[in-house]
Design a protein around this ligand. Structure first.
Ligand code: TRP
Ligand code: ZN
Length: 882
């Protein structure tokens, strides 16, 4: 077979509509462990918007072609050509045709987990982004929308459950055999990346759902045999998601069934296939004994996310993969809003911003920085990034901040109205908001095109004589790969002027205007605002709710920040004020550590935290967030260059001990006051109590005192739920070397039959900030509980080591880098997507001090020079080194 040229760079500017469209697809899939036969009947027609007289060019990957027929007649060998990645039908008649293609595939050999594969014996599919071409030859691009009918056939004993997209049309046994079949029909035209099928031995739970207009939907969740008892929370989250989408966006479900299948081997979190969502089982299965509060929250968020894709992604899909943020950014925004409404809005916002900063800001300040809508890619799998997802959601959030609640909803309504059934673009999305509001969003669109985190410097000055308050704002847009010169952006600056008694002063601009909803619109490089009638010196509370995803600096003093930590009416900024004090302290303490000097005074931080801990009006979940210090990567990012992870770790560790001592009475009070009554419940209020109690447990133990450690041991041994048990285990693993091994062994013994819990055990050990950890992790790769073939195990052990163990991944001898590079190379031939993700751990290598930087570069070069790399790894390593 002819070889293909090196994978080419795909460019947004080269977009051309498809030459051929597909109206209907009839698939006949005969499941077999190693030789699954796929017969595809495609009704094609020339696209009036395409190039006239074009051949039919279909994508394919790892397929064995058995036969091709056009309009019922087998094609002569000269009428078509097959390469490793395509099938071309030369000179087809320029009218509607029916193409029938028979291929053979081997699901058991499919270790990439793209296309049709097996997970614990269950047949399942993953087609986004380009997996459908591994099932049959097809124009594998999201702007080809077709109506699918799928016949699935399998051995009854091997796969009693057969699921497809849409509604079940027919099922039965295949006469004279031990096989059976099911025919599924999906009436909604969809791109092939939303195709799915499942076949296997699965247990299920079902529940009816009545939509807002009274249509009945049968909901099903399918899990491995014996695990149905752990699917209840996911079902509850699904029903709440469906109701919320009706209420918040007027989006109703559109088929008779909605199914979710949980599988153990999955490259990502979950997938929104039309009416047949497939999930990593980690985001479905939960019980109080095995799942933490954080797990419950993730399950709720991801169930919602995939469900919400039904409208934002499926009914309106993407024209091409450059528009990925059209569905992902918007759907993340929607799931964030859902969780905010179900739980505590401020606490959810804090959690989301923490994630944004730790992942997206880090990405945006390194070699892998790219716009929310990229303009070129070599491998699309590498663009399922924090920038596309999380920053993409922030951009949608800013639209809402700028247009207001009603203007935003009007834009969304118009979008659903205008583009339902289409494959759309970001331009079309923005045009809906512009048209519905009479707004000009030309400059706003730069958020999709310019990469990098904008820096906003804000100087406030109060003039007693004129009773005015002046804000001078300057935006800086640091250069990022391929973008040296940038235009000023539109930045919504949400703010308040806090008076001495803690109440917000009225916001009257000197031009007579009243700032709507407390939002200033910064659109120039340098932009000044003057407020009048400001009788007392206010403390400005800037970027409230983190309305703009920017790095903000200001002339606020530490006492100003302590004041905001006590009084700001905006809960996010109350949290953020304390974080800013802590971050400044930790940077100074790291420098002192490196210089061998003594640590600075932590008094202002202690004061802010004390005020928070003793304020009875505050939600415990919020207090727990305030108590949780900036992470080591946050500190590294703030330092920016010549980063020494050991010094950062030492400074942070010392501060935790200082705080445990200084806040002892308040922490002990919180610990005993929040002792739970009654049985475990995963709701936000109960979870908040546990979060604060466990934060106290942790800070107290950071003092290293025997009594505090003993408290943790008791907490561990008497816990009746995973949140408490695992919190205590973490404290022991990190801070109590003498108690660590016994506790880890007891935990393993208790949960060794449960892979998802074993993942926690693996991840925890990978995080220990001690020199022995690399050996421990190496040893664990040989443990019976570990499997290089399962992405969850790999991410838990090696992903955690590289992404969440700053001192040991960045060992000064370079062994951490060597180990991760070796793992990437070992994984790459099997599962390139997973390998490429792991390699992402090197993304901040240029910010390291010279010695580590050199060692990291050596390992990156070694990977780059290895022959036969997958496009996934080749692309990441090339961009990381560029
Ligand atoms: N669209 C999925 C989501 O909801 C992402 C996804 C799932 C995915 N599996 C994948 C992307 C495999 C690429 C490859 O966000
Ligand atoms: Zn998504």
């Amino acid at each position: 077979m002819p070889r293909d040229a090196e994978p080419q760079t795909v460019r947004l500017s080269d977009y051309l509509p498809p030459d051929w469209l597909v109206d209907t697809v009839h698939l006949d899939v005969r499941l077999h462990p190693t030789a699954t036969r796929v017969i595809a009947r495609l009704a094609l027609r020339p696209n009036p918007a395409g190039r006239e007289g074009s051949p039919i060019v279909l994508d394919g990957d790892d397929l064995m072609l058995k036969s091709v027929a056009l309009d019922g007649r087998p094609l002569a060998g000269t009428a078509y050509a097959e390469t490793r990645s395509s099938l071309t039908i030369f000179a087809p008649p320029q009218r509607p045709v029916v193409l029938e293609i028979e291929t053979l595939i081997d699901p058991s050999a499919n270790t990439k987990l793209m296309g049709l594969y097996r997970s614990s014996g269950t047949y399942c599919t993953q087609c986004e982004a380009e997996g459908f071409r591994r099932i049959t030859y097809f124009p594998d691009r999201p702007d080809v929308l077709a109506v699918y009918t799928t016949r699935i056939e399998a051995e009854q004993a091997e796969a009693p459950v057969l699921l497809g997209n849409g509604n079940l049309q027919e099922s039965g046994t295949v006469e004279g055999t031990t096989r059976h079949y099911a025919i599924w029909h999906d009436p909604w035209p969809k791109p092939c990346y939303l195709f799915a099928l499942v076949g296997g031995k699965l247990d299920r739970i079902t529940e009816p759902y009545l939509t807002a207009t009274g249509k009945k939907v049968e909901l099903g969740i399918y899990v491995e045999p014996g695990k149905a008892g752990r699917a209840g929370y996911a079902m509850d989250a699904l029903k709440r998601s469906m109701r919320w989408d009706e209420e918040a966006f007027g989006c109703e479900y559109d088929l008779d069934v909605f199914n979710i299948v949980a599988v153990a081997d999955f490259n990502m979190g979950a997938m929104e296939n039309k009416s047949l969502n497939i999930f990593n089982d980690k985001y479905v299965l939960a019980s109080p004994e095995t799942a933490t509060d954080a797990d419950y929250a993730h399950i709720e968020g991801i169930i919602a996310h995939e469900y919400f894709h039904n409208w934002t992604g499926n009914r309106i899909t993407c024209r091409d993969w450059f528009q990925l943020c059209l569905k992902e950014g918007l759907t993340v925004f929607r799931d964030q809003e859902f969780s905010s409404d179900q739980r505590s809005r401020p606490v959810k916002r804090i959690a989301d911003v923490r994630l944004l900063k730790s992942h997206q800001f880090a990405e945006d300040s390194g070699p892998l920085a790219h716009p929310v809508r990229p303009t070129a890619y070599r491998e699309i799998n590498n663009f399922y990034t924090a920038t596309v997802y999380e920053k993409g959601a922030e951009v949608v959030r800013m639209l809402k901040t700028l247009l207001g609640e009603e203007g935003f909803r009007a834009g969304m309504d118009l979008y659903f109205d205008r583009h339902d059934g289409q494959a759309a673009t970001i331009e079309q999305f923005l045009a809906c908001f512009a048209d519905a509001n009479g707004a000009d969003l030309t400059q706003f669109a730069l958020w999709y095109a310019q990469s990098g985190t904008p820096e906003l410097d804000v100087r406030g000055t109060w003039d007693e004589a004129t009773r005015s308050f002046r804000l001078d704002v300057e935006q800086k847009l640091p250069p990022t790969p391929g973008q040296s010169d940038k235009q000023p952006m539109v930045i919504p600056l949400a703010l308040g002027l806090v008076g001495p008694d803690g109440t917000d002063l009225p916001l009257n601009l000197d031009d007579g205007s009243n700032t709507e909803r407390g939002v200033l619109v910064v659109s120039q490089r340098k932009h000044s605002f003057v407020f009048r009638d400001v009788d007392v010196r206010p403390v400005p509370s800037l970027n409230r709710g983190f309305a703009a995803p920017v790095k903000l600096t200001s002339n606020l003093s530490t006492p100003d920040l302590v004041f905001l930590a006590r009084h700001d009416s905006d809960p996010f900024n109350r949290f953020d004020a304390t974080q800013s004090i802590a971050l400044a302290y930790l940077v100074a303490a790291t420098r002192a550590q490196q210089a061998g000097a003594s640590a600075p005074s932590a008094a202002p931080l202690v004061e802010a935290l004390e005020a928070t801990l003793t304020d009875p009006s505050l939600d415990p979940a919020f207090v727990a967030q305030v108590l949780s210090l900036p992470s080591e990567t946050d500190i590294a990012r703030e330092i920016g260059r010549d980063v020494d992870p050991d010094a950062i770790h030492a400074a942070r560790r010392a501060l935790r001990g200082t705080l445990g001592e200084a806040l002892r009475p308040e922490l002990e009070t919180a610990y005993s006051r929040l002792r739970p009554a009654g049985v475990y419940a995963p709701d936000a209020t109960s979870a908040g109590g546990r979060a604060l109690r466990n934060a106290g447990l942790d800070l107290l133990a950071a003092t290293g005192s025997g009594a505090d450690i003993a408290r943790v041991v008791t907490h561990f041994e008497t816990a009746d739920n995973m949140t408490d048990r695992f919190s205590a285990l973490s404290v022991l693993a990190h801070g109590a070397p003498a108690e660590r091994e016994a506790a880890l062994a007891a935990f393993y013994e208790r949960f060794k039959g449960d892979p998802l819990v074993v993942d926690k055990w693996l991840a925890l050990q990978a995080q220990i900030a001690e020199p022995g950890t690399l050996e421990r992790v190496r040893g664990l790769t040989g443990h019976t509980a570990f499997a290089m073939t399962n992405p969850n195990r790999v991410r838990a052990l090696i992903g955690t080591f590289s992404a969440a163990n700053q001192t040991q991944f960045h060992r000064a001898d370079g062994d951490g880098y060597r180990f991760v590079a070796d793992t990437v190379l070992a994984l790459d031939p099997r599962n390139p997507q997973l390998a490429a993700r792991l390699l992402g751990a090197f993304k901040s290598w240029r910010a390291l001090e010279i010695r580590r930087r050199t060692l990291a570069e050596t390992e990156l070069r070694r990977v780059a020079e290895t022959s036969g790399l997958s496009p996934d790894v080749a692309d990441i390593v090339a961009r990381t080194l560029a």
